[in-house]
Design a binder for this molecule. Structure first.
Ligand SMILES: [Zn+2]
Length: 640
């Protein structure tokens, strides 16, 4: 064990380690101290472990992604296979396996991890460089084209190594990572004699901060700060690359930016890395820029699902209010990146709005990216479709599948937190957590709930002494929130979109009852999003709903107009893995006679009449769509 390894050792698998970060309020929980034993997440995480990870291993072999490492180490010949950043898929998959191993031993997974790490180790160059696309310099020369993702791949290697070390205590992959990080930090930087460059695809920034947190090696933090600082001066993009500098957020220094632009995943990884740098340095200008960007994102450029990225062209954010439904890009990776960024922002000051968006994005933008069988994926997540957009078993550009896998594997780490004298509950699900408090106390919490189907949460406390329990009251829960402790109502300054602060002297056996009413809500959109004018989306609790043809065979979804009557809610245990469906009264209002062969006409008041008939529609949670026979789907429905 090397001398300078800081922070939690093996058995302390935290997804983002902010415990020792000076400018952070919240400390994370190791994911092995959180037990999700619920009917919603536990089955998904089991499928991730038992189905998704082994099937992704087969794809990595079948598509030559692992062979690229064998080729780089001289074990096999042949050409490089696939896209130039395919190494990153192997690293993300390794990260997913590492987090999964934190839950407990699994000899089959360990064998896969060790075999893959051996291939990665063997492919590393003597000077620490590691990228299988650039191994033979006749094909491409390393560090000459920064649009080719060398540092992006490096970042995913670092994150996999950090996860593997935290989950298992093994330094094997960490040794590979630090050798490469040394090479990068010795090659690039502001100092004289070093090269001046940033990567086209951000990722290495947050990875270097985490590597600093594991090793205590300050030059990794300095490297991360340099890569955040150096972006924004037009080193990337035309005339050097295919895109404008804004595609890689290189158009303006981050501290001056106030609009989220360019490739969505790149942008969100940059913001995550910058939040990590802030956590260590506390520079106010950085935090102010991130808050400005977050406001622009959430008030102008985000889908109702929490999905991000409005344009296929450049996989990019659109302009303000540019949010097309059928042509939504909303890459699954962007949703994951949004959770990663919001998690870092939440840690800084415990602001509930970040936790609200984590929950919302998790259910409605990350989850739709994965099929219920755990083997099919969406890259784009439209909010309306004619039935032709289907999940695929894999992609040539396969960033999303292993990203979902690594995220689900680390999910328990996002449920709780701690600060001085306080335990925080960010997310709700049946299960238990063990929280270390103030270095000398242990608090055990057990949640009993059917969340997200029911908003009643019972929390059993096993602890002695005074501390605050911070329970998130979601912003969607606009009325009727109730909290009692041992049957006595508490006034904890409850307001939606904040944490209820219950400070008292706790005794083991104390029980909190939290009631978050879940009426069906009709959500409307800012009128400047023309496509959604006169329409509503239905939500219940944290879940966004949609209509899908599979439940509504005899109706053209585009003709549906919801009535004012309150939809009914019914839990269907055998449908789509068990879901609460909504049933709403509606009418079908097809275009009036005369529209058959024209697209436009002059308005004459009497021609507005249309034949309508009453119908009833069934809505299912949006994350479940496209898991049955192909058919149309819509989130936004006419109303009134
Ligand atoms: Zn992706």
């Amino acid at each position: 064990m090397r001398e300078n390894l800081l922070g939690p050792k093996q058995g302390q698998a935290v997804a983002v380690e902010t415990t020792y970060s000076p400018h952070v309020l919240l400390r994370p929980l190791p994911l092995e101290l959180v037990d999700l034993a619920d009917g919603f997440w536990e089955p998904r995480r089991r499928i991730n472990h038992e189905v998704t990870l082994p099937s992704q291993y087969r794809h990595l072999e079948d598509t030559g992604r692992l062979d690229n490492f064998r080729r780089a180490s001289g074990k096999i010949g042949g050409e490089y296979q696939g896209i130039y950043f395919n190494d990153s898929d192997v690293y993300k998959w390794l990260e997913a396996l590492a987090w999964t191993l934190a839950e407990g031993a699994d000899p089959e997974l360990e064998r896969m991890v060790d075999a893959a790490i051996a291939e990665v180790e063997d492919a590393q160059r003597a000077d620490g460089y590691l990228n299988t696309y650039f191994t033979f310099e006749s094909a491409a020369e390393r560090w000459t084209d920064f649009d080719l993702h060398e540092m992006y791949c490096a970042g995913h290697l670092f994150q996999a190594a950090v996860a593997h070390f935290r989950a298992t205590g093994s330094e094997r992959l960490l040794d590979v990572a630090t050798r490469f990080a040394d090479h990068i930090c010795d090659t690039f930087g502001p100092e004289e004699g070093k090269r001046h460059a940033v990567d086209g695809h951000e990722e290495v920034e947050m990875a270097l901060v985490e590597l600093f947190r594991v090793t205590g090696e300050r030059k990794y933090l300095e490297g991360a700060r340099y890569f955040v600082d150096a972006r924004g001066y037009g080193m990337l993009g035309r005339p050097y690359g295919q895109h404008e500098p804004s595609y890689s957020q290189d158009h303006e220094p981050l501290r001056d930016q106030s609009e989220v632009v360019g490739h969505a995943v790149r942008a969100l990884y940059l913001y995550s890395g910058a939040a990590d740098v802030f956590a260590e340095t506390g520079e106010p200008a950085l935090a102010r820029a991130l808050e400005r960007l977050w406001r622009n994102l959430t008030t102008r450029r985000m889908y109702v699902s929490g999905g991000l990225g409005s344009r296929y062209e450049g996989e990019a954010f659109g302009r303000d209010f540019e949010l097309p439904n059928e042509r939504a890009y909303t890459e699954t990776c962007a949703a994951i990146a949004s959770v990663m960024w919001n998690w870092r922002m939440l840690a800084l000051g415990g602001e509930a709005s970040y936790a609200d968006l984590i929950e919302h994005t998790l259910y409605n933008a990350v989850l739709p990216g994965l099929s219920l069988d755990g083997q099919h994926y969406f890259y784009q997540n439209p909010l309306a479709d004619d039935g032709s957009h289907r999940r695929q078993p894999w992609f040539g550009c396969a960033c999303c599948p292993p990203n979902v896998a690594r995220f689900l594997a680390s999910l328990p780490g996002y449920f709780y937190g701690a600060s001085e004298g306080a335990v925080w509950v960010h997310l709700y699900a049946e299960g238990a957590a063990t929280v270390g408090l103030d270095g000398n106390r242990t608090v055990r919490l057990r949640q009993r709930t059917r969340y997200p189907w029911d908003g009643r949460v019972e929390v059993d406390v096993e602890a002695e002494g005074e501390f605050a329990l911070m329970l998130r009251v979601p912003a969607w829960c606009e009325e009727g929130v109730e909290i009692d402790v041992n049957g006595e109502s508490v006034d904890a300054g409850i307001s939606p979109g904040s944490y209820a602060n219950i400070r008292r002297t706790w005794r083991s056996g104390d029980t909190i009852n939290l009631h978050l009413p879940m009426p069906v809500r009709r959500v409307e959109c800012h009128p400047y999003v023309a496509e959604n004018t006169g329409r509503v989306a239905l939500m219940r609790g944290p879940l966004l709903y949609c209509v899908e043809q599979a439940d509504n065979h005899d109706v053209e979804l585009r003709d549906l107009v919801l009535n004012d009557k309150e939809p009914t809610v019914r839990f269907e245990p055998d449908l789509l893995g068990g879901v609460a469906i909504l049933q709403a009264e509606a009418r079908s209002a097809p275009p009036a006679a005369g529209w058959e062969d024209r697209l436009y006409r002059t308005v004459h008041p009497r021609e507005r009449d249309t034949q309508t008939y009453s119908t009833r529609v069934t809505l299912v949670p949006y994350y479940t769509w496209a898991n049955r026979e192909p058919g149309a789907m819509r989130v936004w429905l006419r109303n009134g």
